[in-house]
Design a protein around this ligand. Structure first.
Ligand SMILES: [Zn+2]
Ligand SMILES: [Zn+2]
Length: 261
């Protein structure tokens, strides 16, 4: 008895503390029994539980890169799964990330010797390179190289109902970004900074709109807003190049992942 496929925005913000936007995290319920968390900013697991997806209900975690605002809850996750209380009747939680993720986990374990040791009956960390990602369940996932850090990957999910949703993580032009979003139904793309306040490795709304136009995505969901970009008309600037619908992510927003209605 799956719920309808949907995306829940659990964090549309950045590392900068904000009264309205939490750190990066998105939940995809594929409507067929598997729930994915994309990125683990601080507090992500708590927000997922509040949205109805505690550790017993998660099928897999996909990490876009190892900047702390996208992965620091790896420590929380290991400590929590060391506790017997999450029952994990569906087996070990599968965590997917660039091969550099394993080094981060090893260093976290060195900070808290013993406390983050989790058996592979509870958690398995899978290294990911661009290409198919062997997630559990009926959703197909493909990873794409992204220009941001050397550990950056974007993920494209093809749900059992055929809907395709792509997540850029933090990104700038180049790499596999256009291939990631090509002809997708929904592209979740960062627009972190503004033309007036550019930061290397991040997109502005205008540039994100151009990427979306190149991709030919059906719906652009912009996210990962640093405070300065909120001072500009984000959607209007994206629409200068992209003619389809543009939505600005808000924490708690639920987006149906179905074609038509
Ligand atoms: Zn980053
Ligand atoms: Zn970030």
């Amino acid at each position: 008895m799956g719920r309808a496929a949907r995306l829940i925005v659990l964090g549309s913000g950045t590392v900068v503390p904000s009264a309205t936007r939490d750190t990066s995290c998105y939940l995809v319920d594929d409507g067929a029994g598997t729930a994915f968390l994309i990125d683990l900013g601080p507090g992500a697991l708590q927000r997922a539980a509040r949205a109805g997806y505690d550790l017993d209900r998660l099928g897999a975690v996909l990490l876009t890169h190892v900047h702390p605002d996208h992965c620091i809850d790896l420590a929380t996750l290991h400590f929590a799964l060391r506790n017997p209380l999450p029952r994990r009747e569906q087996g070990p939680l599968a965590v997917f990330g660039h091969p550099l993720t394993a080094g981060v986990v090893e260093r976290l374990k060195a900070v808290w010797p013993r406390w983050l040791e989790v058996g592979d009956d509870r958690l398995v960390l899978h290294p990911v390179l661009p290409g198919p990602v062997p997630v559990p369940g009926g959703t197909r996932v493909e990873a794409f190289p992204i220009e941001h850090t050397e550990s950056s990957l974007g993920y494209r999910l093809t749900l059992p109902n055929g809907f395709q949703v792509a997540f850029s993580g933090d990104a700038t032009e180049g790499g596999g970004l256009v291939d990631l979003g090509r002809d997708s139904d929904l592209l979740v793309l960062e627009a972190a900074v503004s033309d007036e306040w550019p930061v290397e490795g991040h997109l502005t709304p205008r540039r994100a709109g151009r990427v979306a136009a190149q991709c030919g995505t059906g719906h652009l969901l912009l996210t990962h807003f640093y405070p300065p970009v909120e001072a500009v008309p984000i959607a209007d600037q994206a629409r200068e190049a992209f003619e389809g619908p543009v939505t600005l992510a808000q924490d708690g927003m639920v987006v149906p992942l179905t074609r038509g209605d």
